[in-house]
Design a protein around this ligand. Structure first.
Ligand code: GUN
Length: 290
């Protein structure tokens, strides 16, 4: 069993980005700029947002965190987004999810300028990605692809089973891996909460690659996978004792794996790295650098 080290891969990708940014600055351009909106005081979001801003510093980007109280009205948030859309000095904009219940998430995502939508959640980017066109790709899914690429894990022609159909992870990774992309051309089965247990087991037991994003500690057990499987664990679950674990029963499942991601230190780090790649792309688009 070998570990897919998201920390190492992310650091290498961010170092590449930092080198490019230094070159652009030498030629007189401003730094790439990411703006993150955080509403309320959701503890996991606080920690994700912090790591995004920290990563901006490592990449040589400007990172701006805009905090709003959870009493902010949807109309006020929409107005703020319109302001940032019009601001030529911001390349990429993220609104950290989840949002308070009185704010309609879809209204917010749809208001972000698709050219600044580094999360890749706007229907324009999601649609372009689905059609195989150039787009900002949802960061966690894109990060998984980059991790597979970094470790030269074969994907082409493989049988991949995705567990969980969220718009943030399960749905986009299943589309990306089945598309004719560099990291793609797999045969993908997308399973979800309504998949009958027997069907789920039939699929996972013959999968070459299992990707799980359900938010349930220990959901994937040893009996669900075959010998030599590659397991990608997207879960980040905080147990009562404060320990962070994924969706995979790591200690037992790892015995059967050729490769597996640890939690923490796996996919989480890659989400942030992929956001940096997307921000650099937004910046390059702005300055006609590609
Ligand atoms: N909340 C959990 N994951 C994400 C993500 O990738 N982007 C945003 N904006 N919010 C999230």
């Amino acid at each position: 069993m070998k570990l897919l080290d998201g920390k190492k891969c992310a650091e290498s990708l961010v170092a590449d980005i930092a080198r490019k940014v230094a070159g652009y600055e030498e030629s007189g351009l401003r730094k790439p700029h990411m703006t993150v909106i955080l509403v309320g005081e959701h503890a996991p979001s606080e920690s994700y947002v912090k790591s995004k801003i920290r990563s901006c510093e490592s990449a040589g980007f400007e990172g701006t965190l805009l905090r709003f109280p959870d009493t902010i009205k949807e109309a006020e948030l929409l107005e703020k987004i319109r302001e940032i859309n019009a601001d030529q000095t911001t390349d990429g904009l993220i609104v950290q999810l989840p949002l308070p219940r009185h704010i309609n998430q879809q209204h917010i995502i749809n208001a972000i300028d698709p050219e600044k939508d580094i999360d890749g959640f706007h229907p324009t980017n999601f649609g372009r990605m689905t059609l195989g066109q150039k787009a900002f790709r949802p960061a966690t899914a894109y990060g998984i692809c980059k991790l597979l690429q970094f470790y030269e894990i074969p994907v082409w022609g493989k049988h991949c089973v995705v567990i969980g159909r969220s718009n943030i992870v399960g749905k986009p990774i299943s589309i990306m891996l089945s598309n004719d992309f560099d990291i793609g051309n797999a045969t993908v089965t997308l399973t979800h909460i309504e998949t009958p247990r027997e069907l789920l087991l039939d699929e996972t037991r013959r999968a070459d690659i299992v990707i799980v994003a359900v938010g349930i500690p220990g959901f994937v057990t040893e009996d669900m996978v075959k010998e030599g499987v590659v397991v990608i664990d997207v879960g980040i679950n905080r147990l009562e004792d404060g320990k962070i674990v994924g969706d995979v029963d790591f200690e037992n499942v790892k015995k059967k794996c050729s490769w597996i991601t640890p939690v923490p230190g796996g996919v989480g780090r890659m989400t942030v790295a992929a956001l940096m790649i997307n921000t650099l792309m937004a910046y390059q688009n702005n300055f006609d650098l590609v």
